[in-house]
Design a protein around this ligand. Structure first.
Ligand code: SF4
Ligand code: SF4
Length: 306
């Protein structure tokens, strides 16, 4: 499957292990990534707050670039925040032909291309379930996540608002992380904060509240006996992993909870090593995950890979 791939800037900057993991996992899933290297930031919802047309022009241009990729089945992103911002722009652009033409005039002027209504833009999580399929995913598992207890952390931007994000009875996208964990052979850990905001958007305005939010969710996952948490959003990862030492202080308790990017969890089950997936870059060393991984590898007589 060929996809027009938008990695987003965080996965290339702050969390390069995320982009690196997708690049390694994609061929194992028969996904051909064609990176949209000339695309720009989605605006992360922040630009739209001040200037909706500018955000829609940025995103319309990215959609137009994706539509230039010959033979691509769809567009894919690996960031919930990108998904949320792009879905919002697409909703506005697709709903109003006059507005779309107005925005397209700017894109035409700068790039000589324009956006045709109706691009299919899916987060990696959605693509796993809806395009690859859970059975096909399970059939590719080399090292099932047996005995690994995983807490899904969706965050907010990929589950709200439901109508815009295509979440309904037919497509229960707000349950997909659990389904993927199960397909990989792991155990899903339910906990209170799995669908709540990580606090990242308010970190510059109210750092204490932001860190308390992150600390509370991680604490909930610990109390539910999770070995690790997994997220489809690199910005969630920043608050939950990079800021975790400060979140622990704000929450007034010890944490030490490993936080994995979704492609890393998939990659482990497909047989890649923690090192190949860049897990040594994490602030909270994923010791419980690595112990699990190495014991499975040791069990089949392979390389420890860490
Ligand atoms: S939404 Fe976030 S990750 Fe996506 S492009 Fe913008 S700043 Fe980068
Ligand atoms: S949980 Fe935080 S970082 Fe994640 S999508 Fe929501 S606001 Fe963004």
């Amino acid at each position: 499957m060929k996809v027009a791939y938008w990695p987003g800037c965080v996965s290339r900057g702050f969390t390069p292990e995320l982009h690196g993991s997708v690049a390694k996992v994609a061929p194992l899933l028969d996904i051909d990534l064609v990176e949209l290297d000339r695309a720009c930031c989605t605006g992360a919802g922040v630009i739209a707050e001040h200037n909706q047309e500018l955000a829609d022009t940025y995103n319309g241009r990215t959609f137009a670039l994706a539509q230039q990729v010959e033979g691509a089945d769809l567009m894919m992103n690996i960031c919930s925040t990108c998904q949320g911002a792009q879905s919002e722009s697409q909703e506005r652009l697709d709903a109003n032909a006059e507005y779309r033409a107005h925005v397209n005039a700017t894109i035409q002027e700068t790039d000589g291309i324009s956006y045709e209504k109706g691009i299919v833009n899916k987060n990696f999580l959605w693509l796993l379930v809806e395009e690859i399929g859970l059975d096909a995913l399970a059939s590719k598992v080399k090292k099932p996540l047996t005995d690994l207890r995983v807490g899904p952390f969706y965050g907010c931007y990929i589950v709200r608002p439901t109508a815009r994000l295509g979440i309904d009875d037919e497509n229960p996208r707000d349950t997909y992380l659990s389904k993927v964990i199960e397909a990989l052979g792991g155990t899903v850990v339910e906990y209170a904060g799995s669908h709540k905001c990580c606090g990242f958007p308010i970190i510059t305005m109210n750092k204490t509240a932001s860190l308390k939010q992150a600390g509370r969710h991680l604490g909930d996952a610990i109390d539910a006996d999770a070995d690790c948490v997994v997220t489809p959003c690199p910005l969630c990862h920043l608050n939950l992993d990079l800021q975790q030492p400060l979140a622990a202080r704000a929450a007034g308790r010890e944490l030490g909870m490993p936080v994995l990017h979704l492609p890393q969890l998939v990659g482990l089950a497909l047989g890649l090593s923690p090192k190949e997936l860049g897990m040594q870059r994490h602030v909270v060393k994923p010791t419980s995950v690595v112990d699990w991984s190495t014991s499975v590898v040791a069990g089949v007589g392979g390389d420890r890979g860490w």
